[in-house]
Design a protein around this ligand. Structure first.
Ligand SMILES: [Fe+2]
Length: 363
């Protein structure tokens, strides 16, 4: 068996044992403190793995060498004794039922297994640890976006990578190391797309890679963070804030890490002259490196179908992710994934967290 299968099997067994004989209320209650839940259940995962000669370190190494780990049938939906409710039509709330409890417990344990803690950001979806990724009901930009294909990006792009502080907002916590998706429904087998950074960079020249490593890019917050950030930071303007002169590619001891979004990261912009609109400077080598990077993202895209019961751990440092078009109507039995984030939190300072929560990060 592959390491992936041992990983999925260990978490499946531990979650099933944990849920057996517990009421839904007891499960939900235990999940309200994911740190304690992980501490209590991780030894059992360890034991399951050991029985197959697999160590936690081996799985952690795997999660840091591959842009994603696809763990199949971690929480077999068919075996859960109550009906899954209709697919929600908003990010929140996540309905409490045995299937979503199993999906959440599995996500928390998968992340704990690779030494990552589940985290949320107070500025996104009110700091809820799990949100529904679904086709949203209603009208507006966000609703349209929930049906469309999504180009490659890393999540939490407005925040620094782990190990660095933002020069303007030093109390910002780092973006997540992992984006964790739990599959509840996916009737049309809509693909989550992943672009391995290593392969994307292979198509670039050394000069282009150097340009991406220079602090010269402008970053704005992704849509889901805008309202919460404006509130937390007391930003008055209607326009989303921007931070200039940031790097998007980082050479680390562990290898290269990326921070990128097609829609929220811009190449250097020419200063407006004589009242004209500012424009992208096409002759700037940073801009051609940016274009080349985008082109190579497109060329190196592969798809994964997150099926009911599956967990997908996307490495948010060494991979970019997106989605093919979802389409269709909201609700009913439409596509439904739960999302949470994972981060190694050992080096976080008190001011990068929210007091009174074991998982909510600032801002
Ligand atoms: Fe994302």
């Amino acid at each position: 068996m592959q390491l992936n299968s041992f990983f999925a099997e260990a978490v499946r067994t531990v979650v099933a044992n944990w849920m057996a004989g517990k009421t839904l209320h007891q499960c939900v209650e235990a999940l309200s403190d994911p740190v304690q839940f992980s501490e209590e259940q991780l030894p059992a995962v360890h034991e399951q793995l050991q029985a197959n000669g697999v160590s936690l370190q081996q799985l952690k190494d795997l999660a840091w060498s591959e842009p994603y780990l696809h763990l199949q049938d971690v929480f077999p939906i068919a075996g859960l004794d109550d009906e899954l409710p209709e697919t929600p039509v908003a990010f929140l709330p996540v309905p409490d039922c045995r299937a979503t409890a199993a999906a959440r417990a599995s996500a928390v344990l998968c992340l704990a297994t690779i030494e990552s803690s589940v985290v949320s950001y107070a500025s996104e979806n009110d700091g809820h640890l799990f949100v529904n990724l679904v086709v949203l009901a209603g009208q507006g930009q966000m609703v349209e976006k929930s049906k469309d294909a999504m180009r490659g990006h890393t999540d939490g792009v407005f925040f620094p990578i782990r190990g660095e502080r933002d020069e303007t907002y030093p109390n910002f916590a780092p973006s997540p190391d992992f984006v964790c998706l739990s599959g509840l429904r996916n009737p049309n087998a809509t693909e989550t797309t992943v672009m391995p950074l290593k392969e994307v960079l292979t198509g670039l020249t050394d000069e282009e890679i150097d340009e991406l490593c220079q602090p010269q890019f402008t970053i704005s917050p992704q849509k889901t963070f805008r309202e919460g950030l404006a509130l937390a930071m007391n930003w008055q303007s209607q326009r989303p804030p921007r931070i200039d002169n940031r790097r998007v590619l980082f050479r680390r001891a562990e290898g290269s890490w990326i921070r990128f979004s097609h829609s929220s990261v811009a190449a250097p912009i020419l200063t407006a002259q004589g009242g004209e609109e500012p424009d992208i400077d096409a002759a700037n080598p940073a801009n051609s490196a940016y274009q080349s990077f985008i082109e190579n993202c497109r060329k190196n895209e592969s798809g994964v179908v997150v099926r009911p019961g599956d967990i997908l751990l996307v490495n948010n440092r060494i991979g970019l992710h997106g989605r093919s078009e979802v389409g269709g109507e909201a609700g009913g039995t439409s596509r439904w994934l739960l999302r949470t984030y994972g981060l190694e939190t050992g080096d976080l300072a008190a001011e990068q967290r929210y007091q009174g929560s074991s998982y909510k990060l600032y801002p």
